[in-house]
Design a protein around this ligand. Structure first.
Ligand SMILES: Cc1cc2nc3c(=O)[nH]c(=O)nc-3n(C[C@H](O)[C@H](O)[C@H](O)COP(=O)(O)OP(=O)(O)OC[C@H]3O[C@@H](n4cnc5c(N)ncnc54)[C@H](O)[C@@H]3O)c2cc1C
Length: 425
């Protein structure tokens, strides 16, 4: 089987690339393969599937006729086993050998399952895919589950906890560090988030980890490192995600923590590109490549890869860590750095606390290097725009955290040139 373009992975990155390829080349043959059996769906929405707020149709990332409309051959439920970079072929588990001219690896991540005693008992799940959510849903439907332990207080752990609370399950989050959501929130913001989780009926234990899951065939109890024992019928492992780099590694493609790519999203091998959670792409805040496993970064990185695969040379401007989420009725928006480096005095941190709202902006070299908004996130768009466009904020720095901060505070030249606003006065 021959194709001009082969995309492995049918999610944010794969779809971004397919759309960019089709906007440049409408006739080249294009195949997308996916190990999952579904058309592309929004992965962050699997918690809403579990909470019964959405069914699969409401999670689809593109309309049902997307593939046909764009002349894309879609192979679902098929796994790519290996890449031959010399012959330019990919071997599939279904026996096909696909010969490609340009290849994209958009294989995402796999859950980290620590070698905890009892992790293979009935009632232990990960939470990364729609199938995971369906399996948990089916387990709950059998009845008898009242308590769950969620190992990991990051984005995935908090999101599955919210879904389980919506299903009336008592949830205890176990977080190894001293606070939940510690990769995106500082101490003050995390404390507000923890209050929301607790108000929503969840419990949190910090500075501890799951040491053992006990029970006969099924989960009955979790034993923590501290010795504390928690009775439960279900455990969700949500301690993190690793880039799914095996295919790349075994093909001799350069891999650091993720697959290494240049500013055109090309890997160390010509004609092979990578994007999304599996790739280490450029971060415009730190000025070098790193993993930023987030949906918008995967999609935009995929688009850049797609343009370049189709011959329209396009440079990736870079992404950064940025989140806009609402868990346990609390809105949170963050981007860039969470805290200024302790030993550096070239950073300035502005904060404002007001009831249950918290705002923080980190400034470096007169530019915004990080922001955290909790409670009221209305101003996140404009602050992120200033950060993204690397705008010197010196002249309006004191207004950045004002309740009514908006475009009106910016000098007209910035509004016009940088933010594209039509300036009347
Ligand atoms: C519960 C949850 C909540 C999240 N919330 C947010 C959020 O609020 N905001 C945000 O920005 N991000 C969020 N994320 C992260 C976001 O979903 C990811 O960053 C995004 O899905 C990455 O897209 P991707 O295309 O790189 O890979 P993925 O979405 O991981 O997709 C990769 C696909 O490739 C397939 N694949 C892998 N290997 C092979 C192979 N060998 N052969 C065939 N197919 C293969 C996989 O089966 C999978 O379908 C969340 C993730 C989860 C799980």
């Amino acid at each position: 089987m021959n194709t001009d373009y082969l995309i492995i992975g049918n999610s944010a990155g794969g779809i971004g690339a397919a759309e960019a390829i089709r906007s440049t080349d409408t006739t080249g043959s294009l195949i997308i393969v996916s190990e999952e059996p579904y058309p592309a769906y929004s992965r962050p929405l699997i918690s809403e599937y579990l909470s019964h707020e959405r069914d699969i149709e409401d999670m689809l990332y593109r309309p049902a006729d997307f593939y046909k409309k764009h002349s894309i051959q879609l192979f679902l439920g098929k796994k790519a086993l290996s890449i031959d970079t010399h012959q330019k072929t990919v071997k599939m588990d279904s026996g096909e050998n696909i010969h490609w001219k340009k290849l994209l690896l958009a294989t995402g991540g796999i859950p980290i399952i620590p070698p905890v005693k009892g992790h293979d008992k009935k009632g232990v799940f990960s939470f990364l895919s729609l199938n995971d959510a369906r399996e948990i849903d089916a387990f709950l439907a059998r009845g008898g589950v009242k308590r769950a332990v969620v190992s990991g207080g990051g984005l995935i752990g908090v999101s599955v906890s919210q879904a389980l609370r919506a299903r009336q399950i008592h949830v205890t989050i176990i977080e190894m560090k001293d606070r939940i959501l510690n990769t995106i929130l500082d101490e003050a913001a995390s404390a507000i988030a923890a209050d929301s989780v607790k108000r929503g009926g969840g419990s949190i234990i910090v500075n501890d980890t799951v040491k053992e899951i006990s029970g006969n065939a099924s989960v009955r109890e979790v034993i923590l490192n501290s010795g504390e024992q928690i009775q439960c019928e279900m455990v969700i492992m949500a301690i993190g995600v690793l880039p799914q780099t095996e295919l790349a590694k075994s093909a001799g493609i350069a891999v650091n923590r993720g697959i290494t790519v240049d500013r055109y999203m090309m890997t160390s091998k010509p004609d092979i590109y990578a994007c999304g959670d599996v790739a280490e792409a450029y971060d415009f805040i730190i000025g070098s490549n790193r993993l930023t496993p987030l949906w918008p970064n995967a999609y935009i990185g995929g688009r850049i890869a797609g343009f370049n695969m189709a011959g329209a040379k396009t440079e990736y401007r870079g992404g950064t860590a940025m989140n806009s989420i609402n868990y346990f009725n609390l809105s949170i928006a963050t981007a860039g750095m969470v805290s200024a480096p302790a030993e550096e005095n070239s950073f300035e941190t502005l904060t404002k606390v007001n009831n249950a709202t918290y705002r923080k902006v980190i400034i470096h070299d007169n530019r915004i290097a990080g922001l955290i908004l909790v409670g009221d996130i209305d101003k996140s768009g404009i602050l992120f725009g200033l950060m993204r466009k690397n705008i010197d904020v010196t002249t309006f720095k004191s207004a950045l955290l004002a309740d009514d901060f908006g475009l009106a505070y910016l000098p007209a030249s910035i509004r016009k040139e940088q933010l594209g606003e039509t300036v009347i006065n």
